[in-house]
Design a protein. Structure first.
Length: 263
């Protein structure tokens, strides 16, 4: 069971795409609170036990990004076996489609855990830029306009797939070049590095006998920075708002199915 089982297109609720993702994640989280015996949110970030959970969620984001890059590497290994100057007939869809789906699904997992981390940290979508929601009515496109670097995607060859398989759920990772690979690495590091800074701001280690207040300002600012970087990463690897939302939504449906089926 994966996103390939939930490929029905749903129009992104612009300008409320990010708000809707937060709402969907909160609904999904209700199930996981029972399954994983998680506490209610938000957490007190100064509490040592709460910090263990917050660090766990940040580690999950990093793990999913690593799995996404592994799928991308598998894709590149296959494309490396295709002769130089390849044409669409040279590419076997059976070889590329699994890696493309996996790459996008792992990014969807990273979005899920990143949003859960923000929810548990008490950081809502309306706090991303330190202003009230009504001042930035379209958060997704605000991030796209002001934070996304030039991915140069239009200048790179794109992996061809059959028309009947070319959908919103495999838009990420379709470009093939060393530049694109290196840019993806930088984009992932742009997410991971602020997460590490946020983890470091949580000062109460389980082994410490003396405790201290954490730097909540640094923690909140770096968590926001990581979320924005994650949206930028998804856009830079080829997603747009529709594919970003639908990949997230498909994985949300997968997780609902797993909760209901006791997977």
């Amino acid at each position: 069971m994966d996103i390939r089982n939930f490929r029905e297109f749903e129009k992104a609720p612009t300008p409320f795409t990010i708000e809707e993702i937060f709402n969907l994640q909160k609904a999904l989280l209700k199930g996981y609170i029972g399954i994983e015996k998680l506490p209610q949110y938000p957490l007190n970030i100064h509490d040592p036990q709460a910090q263990i959970l917050l660090k766990d969620f940040s580690a999950r984001v990093t793990e999913e990004l690593g799995e996404a890059f592994e799928s991308l590497e598998q894709l590149y290994q296959y494309m490396g076996t295709v002769k130089d100057g390849w044409n669409p007939p040279d590419v076997d869809p059976e070889k590329v489609l699994p890696s493309l789906y996996n790459f996008n699904e792992e990014l969807a997992d990273a979005i899920h855990f990143m949003v859960e981390l923000m929810i548990y940290s008490g950081i809502g979508y309306d706090k991303l830029f330190g202003v009230e929601w009504e001042h930035i009515p379209d958060l997704f496109n605000h991030i796209k306009r002001h934070y996304v670097w030039d991915s140069m995607a239009s200048y790179m060859p794109q992996i061809p797939v059959p028309k009947d398989q070319d959908n919103l759920f495999i838009q990420g990772g379709r470009r093939v070049s060393g530049v694109f690979r290196d840019q993806t690495i930088r984009g992932m590091w742009a997410v991971i590095y602020p997460l590490q800074l946020a983890r470091n701001a949580l000062k109460n280690k389980p082994w410490k006998q003396s405790q201290m207040l954490s730097d909540d300002k640094v923690y909140e600012s770096t968590i926001k920075r990581a979320f924005i970087a994650l949206v930028c990463l998804c856009l830079s690897v080829g997603m747009d708002e529709q594919s970003f939302y639908n990949v997230y939504l498909a994985k949300n449906k997968v997780n609902i199915f797993r909760q209901q089926s006791r997977y």
